[in-house]
Design a protein around this ligand. Sequence first.
Ligand SMILES: Nc1ncnc2c1ncn2[C@@H]1O[C@H](COP(=O)(O)OP(=O)(O)OP(=O)(O)O)[C@@H](O)[C@H]1O
Length: 278
Amino acid sequence: MISLTNIADSVENRGHNVSARLAVRNVSKHYGGVHALKDVTLEVNGGEVLGLVGDNGAGKSTLLKILAGAVAPSEGAIEVDGEEFVFTTPHAAKEAGIATVYQDLALAAQQDVVSNFFLGREIVSKNPIGRLFGWLDRKEMRDHTIKELARLGTRIPDVTLATRELSGGQRQALAIARAAAWTSKVLLLDEPTSALGVEQQAQVLELIRRVRDQGIAVIFISHQMQDVMDVCDRVVVLRLGRVATTLGSSELTSENLIGYITGAKIGDAVAPMAEREG
Ligand SMILES: Nc1ncnc2c1ncn2[C@@H]1O[C@H](COP(=O)(O)OP(=O)(O)OP(=O)(O)O)[C@@H](O)[C@H]1O
């Protein structure tokens, strides 16, 4: 008979954190002779912001694309709530509960906030004639958008504005709130605070904390070290495609971050290109 203790032991022996919302297991990616990622393993829990940092070319975007289903790994797998996946399409990643906000935000500039919030998920009118003609239930969509944006504390004054009329920070906030509204599991954010003013940066960081506090696992890719220190609970540093270290909240200093990003802390500050190839 298998007891609960045996099960707990076997889980512990595998070295896996059973509560991880998202786990990356031994993922590698080769582009010809270039090793963009080498045996990357990491985990992020629900209700946690995990920073992903690294120098240019460290492999951050490649990992993001693998998690988002845009690129297939050469080796390894992804787990969401303990279920193993190898995504071959963005649709498959979304179905598994992983939402991604890329730097371009994917908002329709001419359409208003409500239409963008519901892009691809529009609510059709319940009235039989409206349903026949495929009319949208604009009122329900508007009410829902206002409610969701307010719940996340998003400062968008008027949901009838076209998104081209919003500030950069408001557009970023809309894209994050939209992604968070349609997932309860994992949110991937690619440089969400770059190119924003100081106040807008602070508002976007606050929004990320609120999304985290809903229990969503957030991965935050950034080159902005202050933002990383402000919002992340833990940080994984990638260097030359490998995990150089994972820093806990008490270790999040700019000296540590820069030391691991440049390699100074691990004694390979001048890493030869040959290490990346072959
Ligand atoms: N489609 C591709 N074909 C060939 N090599 C690629 C491809 N995509 C990425 N690479 C290589 O993989 C490595 C990792 O690139 P990646 O874009 O993931 O890094 P990054 O950490 O996101 O960098 P940055 O901060 O500059 O965006 C680099 O050496 C890059 O040149």
